[in-house]
Design a binder for this molecule. Structure first.
Ligand code: 5GP
Ligand code: ZN
Length: 113
C-alpha cells in the first residue's frame, strides 16, 4: 500500500533492524523502544489493524501468532513478555498497518492501561 510506513519498511525502502522474516511476516526493532526488548511483528500484506485481520488468509494469521513465540525464544525472553496490538484512536494506534508489539527484558507494569 502506498504511503504506508510499515509497507515501506517491509519493502526495504525504509531501513529497519530486522529480527525475523518468513513468507507472511516481518519483524523489526521499534525505533523508540519502551522496554529493553521492543519488537514489532507485521504481516507482509497490508491490513490496517487487528479488527481487519480476517482480511488475511488463515495461514498468514496463524504465521503471525506463531512468529511471536519464535521471536520471543530467539530474543531469550524466557522470563516472559507482553504482546500489545493497538487498534484505533482510543488505543493510540499511530501506524495504520497491523502490528504486534513484543515487549520484554524487564518486569512490565501490573496495570495494562
Ligand atoms: P502504535 O502506536 O501504532 O501501536 O505503534 C507504532 C510503533 O511504531 C511505535 O512504537 C513507534 O515507535 C514505531 N515506529 C514508528 N516509526 C517507526 C520507524 O520508522 N521505524 C521503526 N522501527 N519503528 C517505528
Ligand atoms: Zn502497510
Amino acid at each position: 500500500m502506498e504511503n504506508c510506513l510499515f509497507c515501506k519498511i517491509i519493502a526495504g525502502d525504509i531501513p529497519s533492524a530486522k529480527v525475523y522474516e518468513d513468507e507472511f511476516c516481518y519483524a523489526f526493532r521499534d525505533i523508540n523502544p519502551q522496554a529493553p526488548t521492543h519488537i514489532l511483528v507485521v504481516p507482509k500484506t497490508h491490513v490496517p489493524d487487528i479488527a481487519h485481520i480476517s482480511g488475511l488468509p488463515a495461514d498468514a494469521q496463524t504465521a503471525l501468532l506463531a512468529a511471536i513465540g519464535k521471536i520471543a525464544a530467539q530474543e531469550g525472553l524466557e522470563n516472559g513478555f507482553r504482546v500489545v496490538s493497538n487498534c484505533g484512536p482510543d488505543a493510540c494506534q499511530s501506524v495504520p498497518h497491523l502490528h504486534f508489539h513484543i515487549l520484554g527484558g524487564r518486569a512490565m507494569a501490573d496495570k495494562m492501561a
